[in-house]
Design a binder for this molecule. Structure first.
Ligand code: ZN
Length: 216
């Protein structure tokens, strides 16, 4: 089974589980389909390095999402192993070059549509839905926003593979749902600073907000 098929199968299984859960609740038979809880490989799963210092847990919900791209190579390797390689590459860059305690983003979306946890604690706090870890991804927004970074470079005419886009939508819908963030509160890095990030994803923000809203 190739990566694309594995992804579709995972999404289908998750969607089916959501429908079953929805119909089990009285009075929800006609409710919109439940938000899908995506598979996210934790820092333990992909073998992240330990943080170099303390990561603050903020005792309130984030109020928005900021989308990024990582300006890594636009690989055609859509495997889960590549998603893990990319997570290591980002963490090494942020810790060794930028001198940060850990990966700056909360979550990463690979070109093949695999999700990895970025900063330690991001997944645990998302699951709880009431707190989040302080990120390091957008000046002025690190105490307010969840940072989601897409593998690849999209400032030069490239467009995201379908699997990456689909999983980004699923992840954003899940984050919005857990933290009660309206889909209108999804932004791009360049909304907050002088940067090309997140490239074409910024042009696609209206579509992203619309597709996320449709899932909630
Ligand atoms: Zn960025």
């Amino acid at each position: 089974m190739n990566a694309e098929n594995a992804l579709r199968r995972r999404l289908l299984l998750a969607a089916t589980a959501g429908l079953v859960a929805g119909t089990a609740l009285p009075g929800t038979a006609h409710a919109r389909a439940a938000v899908i809880e995506p598979d996210i490989d934790s820092t333990a799963t992909w073998g992240a390095r330990a943080p170099k210092g303390t990561i603050a847990t903020l005792q309130y919900r984030p109020s928005r999402i900021v989308i990024h791209h990582t300006v890594s190579a636009n690989t055609s390797d859509f495997s889960r192993a590549q998603a893990h390689n990319h997570a290591h590459w980002v963490q090494n860059l942020h810790m060794d070059k930028n001198g940060w305690v850990d990966t700056g983003y909360h979550f990463l979306v690979s070109r093949g549509g695999w999700l990895t946890e970025g900063r330690h604690g991001s997944l645990r706090t998302l699951t709880g839905g009431t707190t989040f870890v302080q990120g390091s991804h957008t000046s002025g927004q690190n105490n307010a926003a969840i940072g989601i970074a897409n593998e690849g470079a999209y400032h030069d005419g490239a467009t995201p593979p379908g699997a990456q886009w689909d999983v980004l939508v699923v992840l954003c819908a899940y984050v919005c749902s857990k933290y009660r963030i309206p889909a209108t509160q999804i932004y791009g890095h360049k909304d907050y600073g002088d940067t090309l990030c997140p490239g074409v994803f910024h042009d696609m923000l209206p579509r992203l907000r619309q597709e996320v809203a449709a899932r909630m």
